[in-house]
Write a protein that binds this ligand. Structure first.
Ligand code: GLN
Ligand code: ZN
Length: 763
């Protein structure tokens, strides 16, 4: 009989209880015991939601991050926090969050400040883990207490526990060697501790352990493939059964390796890796369990249960007891419970499934496979009806939008002339000096702005009063910029809650949940908007604000938009059409906004693509395809303007080496990027490529409260000018200033403008 299990449950809580408990503890407003109690309460609740499954994950709960948990389990703490006195939990948060030298906790005198562990994205998700640190002196020692405590807790609750750990090869690969040590040389020492850990769990009577190795869905060189063989041949001595869990994509060429590692079972992502299943099935030794992740753990739509059964039943026939079913990956990446939503309309809700509902779907599949579909008739019929309604809904399908996408031709994304011809036309109008100065868009989102927005949302501030408050903010930021002497101004984005949500709220085809939170890192959550239907723009979204801002000044005012690729990548998107199609629909809607701005006399328009890079597929072999439609989408949005209109784009990251050709293909007149922390070194990619258009390399790290000096900015720009001709350089911060305070922004920008003037004088 089929086994139904789960790979991981969101830990944050349906109402973000964990976030509030963490933050209260960090602020000293609650005790360690209160935080621990909230953790235990959440675990208990989450296990209760998983009742009826044959195996339930334990150890997936975390007070910050599961990779950091693993570092603690393995005794791999960065040297800078070793030797700290005090509580393990505080030490844990010290690595997670760092601690300033001015901290007021008990250990300031003895232990000083501590830099936080570096954070980076967990594969292609928006979840960030704390990067393990390695060097030649790294050693490992087991601390199984967290897992054992949670195991005991789960068993006391009658949970059929399956401990979950990050596998050794993925763990090593995710870490960073701080001194150039080859990480793979640490594998033997690491495996010794994993062996101890598995033996410890076996001694507790644990039967199955889920060992997560998502690295197996990426391209591996021979050293890492070899590491897999070494690792799992060593771990097979343990008495527990290992379920090797892979997810986020197909195994492809790693299928043979994964199928033949000496473990008791293999989990594969049968949503993103459906094409993998039959080949793996044929490769799989006859004693092994195959767990199929048939419910999408990365999206919020109901599963087509009848279709899954059509596909699954013959496999179940073939595998019998050896078939397990599960969500495709941990449910960490979806919101907790649809039942919390009070404002989404009933029709839309009937198309959705959050974590709790996904487990319901899993139970229905299990029943149908065990007892026949008749035993799950009602649920299957309801599911079929909901999906049919979604497929037929006029809210989803807009023939005019589809026709417009079908009509997209090469000309649509093409400027009239090449950059060399456009640039002088733009210069003739804009009359900018050498080293023109600008900012990236947002100015501080002050307490007053946020207060006005929440009052407006609550209905206590009427539309007119809210608009007036925002206009006053715009006026303030224009006055400040004029006083600073900036060359190209921005309106400051006071009226925007978020660079994606702001547009999503004004586009048709988007919906917003109240509690659809997903953990991004630590206590930080994001609530991605839900792109459910064909996208259209009922009316202009930014023109009034920008023309108002332009009316306040003689200097050029930048229109400010978010690009289609970023809107797409920061949303939950449709599963009933390719991402590329949704992106092109967004591109057409945003194109209309660009053209409306131009018509209204706006001569500089910035289209932010902050998330273009993070949409890159896990496998390099698929990059070209993604970049092709992503760049085309940007071009559709941006390139309908006349030669005289200057298009800017902004990207707040710094790795361009491997995508520089695509970036150049966007053909923006000006690109602003994040560079201040890299000392302009990353301009090398642009230099080597002979990037032809203008570049504004960020000179001011907006993440830090530090105020850059004029000399430092001058130095950075001089380095930039060694790589890029000065005629094509702009001077600007790394990113928007919404998280800073005015008292930080003013001196920093004063120095920036002074630096630009000094550079001009020397030129
Ligand atoms: N225009 C946006 C801002 O300044 C850009 C933000 C971003 O790139 N993340 O806030
Ligand atoms: Zn940015």
């Amino acid at each position: 009989m089929v086994t139904a299990h789960n790979l991981g449950f969101p830990r944050i809580g349906a109402k973000r209880e964990l976030k509030f408990a963490q933050e209260a503890y960090w602020k000293g407003q609650s005790s360690r015991e209160q935080l621990q109690a909230e953790g235990a309460h959440l675990r208990q609740q989450h296990w209760a939601e998983q009742t009826g499954l044959d195996l339930v994950p334990v150890g997936d709960f975390s007070f910050y991050d599961q990779v950091l948990d693993m570092s603690f389990t393995l005794g791999n703490l960065p040297a800078r926090v070793r030797g700290f006195h005090g509580d393990a939990l505080d030490n844990y948060f010290r690595v997670a969050r760092g601690r300033s030298a001015q901290s007021t906790d008990d250990h300031t005198a003895c232990c000083g400040g501590v830099a936080a562990g570096e954070m980076t994205k967990w594969f292609d998700t928006n979840y960030h883990y704390i990067v393990p640190e390695f060097d030649a002196g790294t050693s490992f020692t087991l601390d199984a207490s967290r897992l054992l405590d949670q195991l005991a807790e789960a068993r006391a609750q009658g949970v059929k526990a399956k401990p979950v750990i990050v596998g050794p090869v993925t763990y090593l690969s995710l870490g960073k060697s701080k001194d150039g040590t080859d990480k793979l040389t640490l594998l033997p020492a690491l495996l010794a501790v994993y062996t101890q850990l598995l033996d410890t769990l076996a001694a507790q009577g644990v039967e199955w352990v889920q060992i997560d190795e998502p690295l197996l869905v990426t391209e591996l060189d021979e050293h890492w493939r070899h590491a897999y063989n070494t690792a799992y041949h060593q771990l097979k001595t343990s008495k527990v059964k290992l379920l090797l869990a892979t997810y986020f994509g197909p195994l492809l060429e790693n299928g043979y390796l994964a199928a033949n590692l000496p473990v008791a079972g293999l989990h594969i992502d049968a949503v993103r890796g459906r094409e993998d299943v039959l080949p793996v099935l044929n490769l799989l030794p006859a004693h092994k369990v195959l767990s199929l992740g048939v419910i999408d753990g990365r999206n919020i739509w109901k599963t087509d249960l009848n279709a899954v059964l059509n596909w699954l039943e013959p496999i179940a026939e073939r595998l019998g007891d050896r078939l397990w079913i599960a969500p495709s990956c941990s449910l960490l990446h979806v919101p907790v419970d649809l039942r919390s939503e009070q404002k989404l309309d009933a029709e839309l809700q009937s198309w959705l499934a959050f974590a709790v509902q996904k487990l319901d779907e899993l139970r229905v599949l299990a029943t149908a496979l065990r007892e026949g579909r008749a035993a799950a008739r009602d649920a299957l019929d309801a599911n079929r009806a909901a999906l049919a309604a979604r497929r037929a809904s006029p809210r989803v399908h807009k023939p005019a939008v589809q026709a417009a996408v079908a009509k997209i031709g090469a000309r649509l994304g093409q400027r009239d002339s090449a950059y060399v011809k456009r640039a002088p036309k733009q210069a003739a109008f804009l009359k900018l000096p050498l080293y023109p100065t600008t900012t990236i868009g947002s100015f501080p989102q002050t307490a007053e702005i946020r207060h006005a927005r929440s009052e407006h949302k609550a209905g206590r501030l009427d539309d007119a009063a809210y608009q007036a408050a925002m206009k006053a903010e715009i006026q303030r930021s224009v006055r400040e910029q004029e006083a600073l002497g900036l060359d190209v101004l921005v309106h400051g984005e006071a009226e925007r809650n978020d660079m994606v949500e702001y547009f999503g709220e004004q586009l048709q085809g988007y919906a917003f949940s109240q509690f659809g939170w997903v953990q991004s890192y630590g206590s930080r959550c994001v609530k991605p908007p839900i792109l459910f239907g064909d996208i259209s723009r009922p009316k202009a979204m930014t023109v009034e604000w920008i023309t108002y801002a332009q009316s306040l000044t003689q200097r050029p005012m930048k229109g400010m938009l978010t690009g289609p690729v970023t809107i797409l990548n920061w949303s939950f998107v449709r599963d009933d059409q390719p991402r590329s199609v949704s992106c092109k629909q967004l591109a057409l809607a945003m194109r209309d906004e660009v053209l409306d701005l131009e018509k209204a006399g706006v001569r500089v328009i910035q289209i932010d693509e902050a998330a273009l890079r993070e949409g890159l597929p896990l496998r390099k072999a698929q990059w070209q395809e993604y970049l092709a439609w992503a760049v085309e989408s940007f071009r559709i949005t941006a390139n309908g303007v006349r030669d005289e209109t200057q298009i800017h784009t902004h990207m707040c990251y710094s790795e361009f080496n491997d995508i520089i050709e695509a970036i150049a293909g966007m053909d923006a007149d000006v690109i602003t990027i994040e560079t201040s922390r890299s000392d302009m070194e990353l301009l090398e990619a642009f230099e080597d490529f002979e990037y032809p258009n203008e570049i504004g390399p960020g000179v001011y790290d907006i993440h830090s409260p530090n105020i850059p000096t004029q000399e430092h900015i001058e130095q950075l720009m001089k380095k930039a000018a060694e790589r890029i001709p000065a005629q094509r350089l702009w001077v600007n911060p790394d990113c928007g200033l919404k998280t800073r305070q005015w008292h930080e922004v003013i001196p920093a920008l004063t120095h920036m403008v002074a630096a630009a003037r000094a550079l001009r004088a020397e030129a």
